[in-house]
Design a protein around this ligand. Sequence first.
Ligand SMILES: [Cu+2]
Length: 138
Amino acid sequence: MPANGKEDGLVPAVMLTGGQALVVMAVSLTAMVAAIIFTIYLDHKNQVHPFPVVTITMDAKGFHPAILHVKTGQPVELRFVRREGGFCTKGVVLSHWGIDRSLKVGQVTSIVVDPLKPGGYPFHCRMGCLKGVIWAGT
Ligand SMILES: [Cu+2]
């Protein structure tokens, strides 16, 4: 039997004294903490884009895609690309967030939104004739 019966379940193959068991535990804990810190570091390093990006082109017929499916509670970057110079594609309105942004022909306009609750978040041109919706699900 080891000096301290409690260590039996931890290291059954080796008989450890209480002091040795403490050292093993300390080393394991240190390794675990180091692994966690390293994982966080790697995550941080790899996060070029911390949230999803969706590109939406816009022409006289509307938004493409007009229906987006995203995750609730996570920001999403919408990249609007205006394909033509018609009056309808001059801007996009995301009323839930109070956003009204002008779009320039051939340019990318980035808008980050955060759908906090599941459901539909409509967007449209300034007159409301071209429509789309962001569906936030789980
Ligand atoms: Cu319009």
